[in-house]
Design a protein around this ligand. Structure first.
Ligand SMILES: [Zn+2]
Length: 321
């Protein structure tokens, strides 16, 4: 039982593991890149191989059946700790302080110890400071594997202690190879969707159909209520994010129109932008409701929203451009 990683992560995985094999792996590594590109899976795969009692040499991989691999696979390995935020609450200082003891003791299984922070940006300032202290005084055979999609908000002091590795995004060719039946369209996919869509081609097809329908609705080639039709209700909260992304695109386009050299923003442009911001806010609230409130009629709410968004688009864009 080994952790599978996506093809585009393999070069980073291999480079890291060859450093490990040559005993030149730094004790702290940070993997950064875009959200959803699989960095957490990368951390898991690296951890398992680092802890494996009999990894294969070429390629360097965990064996999948030694006691260490089995414990890892069941999530009960005593030499690995994963710190992740719960319910979007930042990781606090007490949690990080608890690592002092873990770092001071020798590994239970006789290999190494690994601390994973798949969302390293979620450390609060005090927690970052506490982590820094630990990183400044490394203990032997203890590895810190950090990942983030928000490197810009991480404490520079922590960053300076880590070897930084940029995690690549999958190429269009890779995605096409993964989803042969979807062909070129998949290039426009949000990376965040990949982790779960990779296992669910039916859902992916439904999502692409939804995306195409949204496009048609906005252009006025489909009625606004077409969007919610034929979509499984359980998919609506996820798919609705596309509508938010679309409004965001409109807002960015709007901001682009207001170039720096423009002294006066026309009243019409300003009000269009303000209206888009309102739509975005309302869309966000609706998205929350779709996710957490099962008592509402999701289809009806989306229909109402789309009818107004469609009318707004027609009035602001089609008639003025
Ligand atoms: Zn093993």
């Amino acid at each position: 039982m080994t952790n599978k990683i996506h093809a585009w992560l393999v070069p980073t995985y291999q480079a890291t593991m060859s450093s490990f094999a040559q005993a030149s792996l730094p004790h702290a590594l940070l993997f950064y890149g875009e959200r959803g590109n699989g960095a957490s899976a990368l951390l898991a795969a690296l951890s398992q191989t680092i802890l494996c009692k009999q990894p294969s040499a070429k390629p360097i991989q965990a064996c999948g059946h030694c006691p260490s691999c089995l414990l890892f696979f069941h999530g009960t390995h005593p030499d690995v700790i994963t710190l992740a935020p719960e319910d979007n609450v930042p990781i606090g200082v007490d949690v990080v302080r608890s690592l002092f003891t873990f770092c001071a003791q020798t590994s239970t299984m006789g290999q190494a110890k690994v601390i994973c922070l798949p969302q390293a940006h979620a450390l609060n300032p005090a927690a970052s400071n506490a982590l820094l202290k630990i990183l400044e005084e490394p203990t032997p055979d203890t590895y810190f594997l950090l990942a983030t999609h928000k490197i810009q908000i991480m404490a520079p002091t922590v960053l300076s202690r880590c070897r930084k590795n940029h995690v690549l995004n999958p190429s269009t060719e890779t995605l096409q190879a993964m989803f042969p039946n979807i062909n070129a369209k998949v290039g426009g996919l949000d990376l965040e969707d990949l982790s779960w869509l990779a296992q669910d081609e039916k859902r992916l097809t439904a999502m692409l159909r939804f995306r195409e329908c949204l496009n048609q609705v906005i252009k006025g080639k489909e009625v606004a209520t077409a969007l919610s039709q034929g979509v499984d209700e359980s998919n609506l909260p996820i798919f609705f994010r596309d509508v938010l992304t679309l409004i965001q695109t409109f807002i960015h386009q709007g901001l682009g129109i207001f170039s720096v050299s423009e002294q006066k923003v026309s009243k019409q442009k300003a009000s269009t932008l303000a209206a888009l911001m309102d739509f975005y806010q309302e869309g966000l609230q609706l998205w929350q409701l779709l996710q957490y409130n099962n008592a509402i009629n999701k289809t009806l709410m989306i229909d109402g929203f789309m009818i107004r968004l469609r009318a707004f688009y027609k009035e602001s864009y089609v008639s003025n451009h």
